[in-house]
Design a protein around this ligand. Structure first.
Ligand code: ADP
Ligand code: MG
Length: 348
């Protein structure tokens, strides 16, 4: 068995480096030079991923931004024994903070909207595959059948500030936590008078305004097949959030098992995608939908995009073809092999 967990960081660092180059920035230097509208940067490891924060303005906002990240991680982590989610999973009922309440409520709505493609109670299955610990294994069909009975977001109850789940259920906010965190960071920057910022929380890039010279941010979309990039997307004031089967996986007997679980089968989603990027105004929505659309697979995901009006999306399928919604088709520049792959624009 090949343990590929560490590979997750490579594309993430590449994304950061890519937008540094495209933004015409010098190397990331760590927060702390002069204030004004100068570039300030910070890098940290949190929520199991490398995070890069860049703002143009007062360096003090980066310090408080790091506190926001660590504060949210301590509430939302599924493995930290002192977190609210850990307490909920252990005691099956917990009084939680406003952040956790808001995020669980929002995520539950998206579970409903996506008809269970997103299901934040899929955690016992994620655990059985070893994606939480890195001790990977393939659960038996019997085991999966039993675990499937535990996964049902409809049984999660929210009463005032108390969340309750059935005895055999467990909640995991891994599919939405980074998007929520990004929203909090952008809100924090805005509240502190920053008009130009970009954060990369793993595969999640969120931008505030445009580059200081007024031109759009250019965000690299990782190539799931190991090349440098599939292309670049020009955005202003948008979130660009990717879920991919290349981000966390293991291989056994030549078969790849990745970390995005189809809650209807209990196995890694096999709907034909290797990467799904969602672009929109709200990070938590884009994060939730990138996971859900990946699970839905081609037909269902394209129909979902056609009937929704609150996001755009870029899909890369197993054959290396790109499908992109009309709202961002003109903002995407393919690179490498993707230049001649013939992108398909799908309706909105
Ligand atoms: P990443 O966290 O790698 O950026 P995602 O946002 O797609 O990727 O979230 C994947 C994580 O969400 C998994 O590691 C797992 O913890 C959890 N998860 C996997 N499948 C589902 C699902 N169908 N619904 C909700 N959460 C899921
Ligand atoms: Mg997600």
């Amino acid at each position: 068995m090949i343990n590929c967990r560490h590979l997750r960081r490579i594309p993430l660092l590449c994304v950061a480096a890519f937008f540094a180059i495209l933004c015409g920035c010098s190397a990331f230097s760590g927060a702390g030079s002069a204030s004004g509208s100068q570039k300030q940067t910070a890098e940290l490891f949190a929520m199991d991923t490398v995070m890069e924060l860049t703002v143009y303005g007062d360096p003090a906002v980066l310090k408080s931004a790091e506190d926001i990240i660590t504060g949210l991680e301590h509430k939302l982590s599924v493995t930290d024994e002192n977190s609210e989610i850990y307490r909920l999973n252990r005691d099956k009922q917990a009084d939680v903070s406003e952040d956790t309440l808001e995020l669980i409520g929002f995520a539950k709505d998206i579970c409903e909207r996506t008809d269970g493609a997103l299901d934040i109670t899929v955690y016992p299955i994620v655990k059985a595959w070893g994606f939480t610990t890195g001790e990977y294994r393939i659960p038996s069909a019997d085991e999966l059948q039993k675990l499937l009975e535990t996964a049902d977001y409809k049984k999660l109850q929210i009463n005032s500030s108390t969340v309750a789940i059935p005895d055999d259920s467990m909640v995991d906010l891994g599919s939405v936590a980074k998007g929520y965190t990004g929203d909090r960071l952008i809100g924090h920057f805005r509240a502190n008078g920053i008009t130009s910022a970009i954060v990369s929380l793993g595969g999640n890039v969120q931008t505030l305004g445009s580059k200081p010279d007024g031109s759009p941010w250019r965000v690299g979309i990782a190539d799931p097949f190991g090349g440098e990039y599939a292309g670049a997307l020009s955005v202003r004031d948008k979130c660009v959030i990717t879920s991919g089967s290349y981000q966390r996986f293991f291989e056994e007997n030549g078969v790849r098992y990745h970390h995005i679980i189809d809650p209807s089968t209990g196995s890694p989603a096999a709907g034909g995608f290797v990467s799904v990027t969602v672009v929109g105004d709200k990070g938590v929505l884009c994060d939730a939908l990138s996971t859900a659309l990946f699970v839905m697979g081609k037909d269902r995901a394209f129909d979902f995009c056609a009937s929704a009006g609150d996001f755009d999306a870029l899909f890369i399928d197993e054959d290396g073809r790109i499908y992109i919604t009309a709202g961002i088709a003109d903002d995407f520049t393919p690179s490498g092999n993707y230049k001649d792959a013939g992108n398909t624009v799908i309706g909105h």
